[in-house]
Structures are given as C-alpha cells and as structure tokens.
Write a protein that binds this ligand. Structure first.
Ligand SMILES: NC(=O)c1ccc[n+]([C@@H]2O[C@H](COP(=O)([O-])OP(=O)(O)OC[C@H]3O[C@@H](n4cnc5c(N)ncnc54)[C@H](OP(=O)(O)O)[C@@H]3O)[C@@H](O)[C@H]2O)c1
Length: 239
C-alpha cells in the first residue's frame, strides 16, 4: 500500500503559505498549515489541517510534527516559510538592535534546525515509499548580499542560518534521496523582487502563485536541484 502524500507548512498565512497549500492540495497532498494563530475554521473548510505552531519555539515545532503524524501521516514535504524582521530604531546603526529583538529574530532562524531534524526523522521513517522527500526554506537574498543593508542585519543572520542549514543538509543527506533547499524569489535581473503592495509583478502581489509553482517544480522534478534555488515571477528557475 502506498503512503499518503503529506506536506507541513510552518509559517503559512495568506500569501506564500496559502498558495503553496492550495497547489499541493490540487496535486493530491494532505496539507497541514501552521502559524501562531491559524484561522482553524476557515482552513478546515478548505480541507486543510490547521496547526498552532510557533516557529521560534523548539517544543512547539516538535508538537506540530506529532500532530501531523497522528492526523495525516509522516510529512514527505516540509516548507519552513518563516521570516521575522523587527526594524531597528536607527536604520544605519546595525548594532542598535536590542538584545531581545535580536534573540527573537535568531530564534526564528534556529527553528529551521528543529524542523529539519523532525523532517529528517519523517523522511527516514518512510524511506521505502516513492514519495519525494523535500524540505524547502523560504529565502531572500540577504545572505548573498551581505553587509549592505544595516537595518536588515538581524534578518540577514536569521536567513543565513536557514541558508547554511539547507546547504549542509542538501549535501549530507542527498545519498538518502532527501533534498533541502533555500528557495528565493528574485526579480527579472536576479536582484531583490519588487516589494510594493501595488506592483504589477512582485513579492506581495504575484509572489504567492510564483512560490507555489516554483516549490512544486522542486518537489516534483526527477533530478536533484541545487540547495540555493532562485526563481522569478513566473515560478521558473532564474538564470
Ligand atoms: N524573496 C524575497 O526577497 C522576500 C521578500 C519578502 C519576504 N520573503 C520571505 O517570505 C516569507 C514570508 O512569506 P509571506 O509573507 O508570503 O508569508 P504568508 O504565507 O503570508 O504567512 C506568513 C505567516 O507566518 C506566520 N508567523 C509569523 N511568525 C510566526 C512564528 N513565530 N511561528 C509560526 N508562524 C508565524 C504569520 O501568522 P501568525 O501571525 O498566525 O503566526 C503569517 O500569517 C518569509 O520567509 C520572508 O522572509 C522573501
């Protein structure tokens, strides 16, 4: 008997999370979508499993995996979609970030380790199924354009933790058939995408469907892709 296809999205709201959830549901996945305050009734009406999870808290992440295992089965795809940016009081003074805000920002980065450890356990426990085993962290370009945007110092470190974790994991678990990606929407020139709320094409306007398309391409493709995966507004690989 084949195992069900199961995805857990951690940090899923109305943009990337919702679009990735709907795409995978259409492709036959059982979908669990988690945030700190999910709209459980609305999600249930859409046929999704709502999960209360704080991606900055290790125990909460472990509990979320347990809930998904109990209700849907072992996840074979995990999307870690979190990003926390707390603007510092002084934009050109990176060390002006408070220790508390820095800790909160770092914890969201650290949550990716726990989520990846849980995903690895799930992938191994369903090793004999043909389902793809894929972990995707939603990225941005900060780890690659370092030290140029002081107000994003703490977010740069957070995304750096995610990127480095994906890089190591993609390299060292590839022989087991597991894939780990840091996936980033970029603009047509490969730079930061348009972030305006009224952009014809941009992260907050067309970014949801672009992520859904790109993540499905990563999940469904036969050949492995690089850990640092960049895609554009049409969801296709950049470059
Ligand atoms: N490519 C780029 O340049 C670029 C640009 C902008 C953003 N991004 C990335 O895109 C991702 C976000 O995408 P989006 O805004 O479209 O997301 P989204 O699907 O709209 O959902 C984000 C959800 O995350 C939840 N959340 C926030 N903090 C959380 C926590 N500690 N634990 C669990 N859930 C939490 C929030 O719900 P609750 O309040 O209920 O928790 C929110 O609804 C981030 O990784 C961000 O860094 C990339």
């Amino acid at each position: 008997m084949s195992s069900p296809l199961v995805v857990l999205i951690i940090g899923g709201g109305s943009n990337v999370g919702a679009h990735v959830a709907q795409k995978l549901k259409t492709e036959g996945y059982r979908v669990a979508i988690g945030s700190r305050n999910p709209d459980s009734e609305a999600l249930k009406r859409q046929g999704l499993l709502p999960v209360s999870v704080d991606g900055a808290d290790s125990k909460s992440i472990k509990d979320a995996f347990k809930l998904v295992r109990d209700h849907l089965g072992e996840p074979n795809v995990v999307v870690y979609n979190l990003g926390l940016h707390i603007p510092p009081k002084s934009p050109n003074d990176p060390l002006a970030v408070s220790a508390e805000d820095f800790a909160k920002t770092s914890n969201v980065g650290g949550g990716v380790l726990v989520a990846a450890q849980e995903a690895l356990a799930s992938f191994r426990s369903s090793k004999n199924s043909n389902a793809p085993k894929v972990f995707i962290s939603t990225g941005n370009l900060l780890p690659f354009i370092k030290k140029t945007v002081p107000s994003f110092f703490a977010l740069d470190l957070q995304k750096g933790i995610m990127a480095t974790t994906m890089q190591y994991a993609n390299q060292f678990y590839t022989e087991e058939g597991f894939r780990f990606h840091y996936a980033t929407l970029v603009g047509p020139d490969g730079g930061i995408p348009n972030l305006s709320s009224d952009a014809k094409e941009g992260f907050f306007t067309t970014g949801g469907p672009a992520h859904a398309e790109a993540y499905w391409n990563l999940i469904s493709r036969a050949e492995a892709e690089t850990w640092d995966y960049r895609f554009t507004y049409d969801g296709k690989k950049f470059g």
